[in-house]
Design a binder for this molecule. Structure first.
Ligand code: SF4
Length: 72
């Protein structure tokens, strides 16, 4: 799928680091462990991994917007 995008809420992030471990080209962490979004529009082939990261985030700090999503 093309055209999806990611948002992260740094206020919600609890610094667990699961996202950065799973997808280091997309997510990073700053010196305090808070998520830094490196790539808000990753390649289409990474979508399943991004969905997994969104699901796995314990702080629900990752939001995935797909083109068919009215809120995208
Ligand atoms: S998995 Fe969630 S809580 Fe952990 S660093 Fe990433 S955004 Fe933050």
């Amino acid at each position: 799928m093309a055209g999806y995008r990611i948002e992260v809420d740094r206020e919600l992030c609890c610094g667990a680091g699961l996202c950065a471990d799973a997808l280091p080209t997309v997510f990073d962490q700053d010196g305090d462990g808070v998520v830094v979004l490196r790539d808000p529009t990753p390649a289409p082939n990474l979508l399943p991994d991004v969905e997994d990261a969104e699901f796995a985030c314990p702080a629900t700090a990752i939001k995935l917007h797909k083109p068919e999503d009215p809120a995208a």
